[in-house]
Design a binder for this molecule. Structure first.
Ligand SMILES: Nc1ncnc2c1ncn2[C@@H]1O[C@H](COP(=O)(O)OP(=O)(O)OP(=O)(O)O)[C@@H](O)[C@H]1O
Ligand SMILES: [Mg+2]
Length: 430
């Protein structure tokens, strides 16, 4: 036993209760650094006819904020209705899904029952009847009017004012479908419908919604989520350590916060790995060591979301000169500014490669490499914001690039100028 008072079962149980690298947060005590945003949503939800749109980069914490707000506002008798959109989602299908959930019907059971019925009755049944069976008890609405009627009737059967979260809004791509949601938001406002809508999506999906209907913005409170600032990053790590009655040594604390680039997933993941390292140490540990941290980084790299890993590999690993591409990416991630000029990245690149004894490419070769990283053959890992400027296509990728560098013993600088404020703060367990 390497953490006093923790056998394996208690360790796992405490770990699950304190860290959630892959599942969204649903309660305010675990949601760090979002107090102001949560309060903005609370105020919007108590106002009649207001809907909310939470927007920000992928992985920044949109679903966690939306679900925490939804659970808080939803009356205790029922859970809020959480809907995730996908490429096949249309306005009518999303409304059908919401209504089904509001009525407490299990969508999969309905589908199975219908398939059975359809199977039994498949001889001699008209095509129209067949379609209606397949549609199930909740039909697809034919208009926005019909949609609001269906939703408000179902809402009354659910709870006083159900909260409905429509997540991953940007994944609805079918033509004209987003315009219909703008109409729904407007009608919900005009008619003070007995439910609350919270949308989540990337910024461009909000722009399209607002473009679709110019008066939509009056009914919508928009909440922008930025990457987490340093303080809440430390809180996530320290609170987790506190639950085990141990402390994390200050340089590891600072490194985890810096590598994460403000994307909470990385903080949860690395801290989880770190706690496992501490737990499996043969000695009794009350303060983590740099060795625990290094091992945690190595295992975190292996456990990262497949999409990020494959993009990174496509960008670098399949090439003979993999390290040359990696060093270019590391140099770009080695700064707090997201979008940077080629000349500045090159200066940082020269410094980095010399410090770590990596082959330094001349400027023209460097430019070729960095331009190649924009192409689909290299996973389009970078994009050009304007002539001669570069940034990661997905900001969340920066965190993975920083993690990869660390795993290869290359320490990149703080992503945030104020980061160092927290570096020397050693938290002692109560
Ligand atoms: N404020 C926070 N404090 C602590 N942990 C957080 C916070 N916000 C998010 N997390 C954690 O970060 C991870 C990613 O969060 P979440 O899924 O909410 O992001 P997202 O923006 O919805 O991502 P995506 O764009 O991929 O849907 C989750 O595992 C969650 O537990
Ligand atoms: Mg999400």
């Amino acid at each position: 036993m390497s953490i006093a008072g923790f056998n394996r079962d208690r360790f796992v149980e405490t770990l699950q209760a304190t860290l959630s690298p892959t599942t969204p947060i649903r309660s305010p005590e675990h949601l760090r650094g979002r107090e102001k945003k949560l309060e903005d949503i609370r105020r919007a939800l108590v106002q009649a006819g207001r809907s909310v749109f939470v927007y920000g980069d992928r992985g920044v914490g949109k679903t966690s904020l939306a679900q925490t707000a939804a659970y808080e506002h939803q009356s205790a008798s029922k859970a809020p209705v959480l809907i995730g959109c996908d490429a096949s989602s249309t306005f009518a299908r999303v409304v059908q899904q919401i209504t089904t959930r509001l009525l407490g019907l299990d969508a999969t059971l309905i589908k199975q029952a219908n398939q059975q019925k359809a199977g039994l009755a498949s001889n001699g049944i008209s095509a129209e009847a067949q379609r209606s069976i397949e549609r199930g008890p909740v039909p697809l609405p034919n208009s926005v009017d019909e949609a609001t009627t269906m939703m408000s009737q179902a809402a009354k059967k659910h709870s006083a004012v159900p909260v409905i979260v429509i997540d991953e809004f940007e994944r609805i791509t079918a033509n004209g479908e987003r315009t219909l949601f703008a109409d729904l938001i407007k009608q919900t406002g005009d008619q003070s419908m007995p439910f609350k809508l919270i949308f989540c999506g990337v910024a461009s999906s909000l722009d399209e919604l607002l473009d679709a209907h110019h008066s939509c913005y009056r009914y919508l409170v928009t909440v922008e989520l930025e990457r987490l600032p340093p303080e809440p990053r430390f809180e996530i790590i320290n609170e987790a350590a506190k639950a085990f009655g141990i402390a994390i040594e200050p340089s590891s604390l600072g490194r985890i916060a810096a590598i994460s680039d403000g994307f909470p997933h990385y903080i949860h993941l690395i801290t989880e790995k770190l706690l496992w390292e501490i737990f499996s140490d043969v000695n009794l540990i009350s303060l983590s060591t740099p060795a625990h941290f290094l091992e945690a980084i190595r295992t975190a790299v292996l456990d990262i979301e497949a999409k990020l890993r494959t993009t990174y590999e496509k960008a670098t690993k399949k090439y003979v000169e993999a390290d040359q591409y990696e060093a270019v990416l590391w140099a770009l991630a080695d700064h707090h500014e997201l979008s940077r000029r080629s000349a500045d990245i090159f200066n940082g690149y020269v410094h980095l490669t010399r410090t770590y004894n990596i082959n330094t490419l001349p400027r023209d070769k460097f430019t070729q490499r960095i331009n190649a990283l924009k192409r689909p053959t290299h996973g389009s890992i970078l994009k050009g914001s304007r002539q001669g400027w570069y940034e990661f296509s997905e900001p969340v990728m920066r965190g993975y690039v920083r993690l990869q560098a660390e795993a290869q013993n290359v320490t990149l600088g703080a992503d945030h100028p104020a980061e160092y404020r927290g570096y020397n703060r050693l938290q002692t367990p109560n």
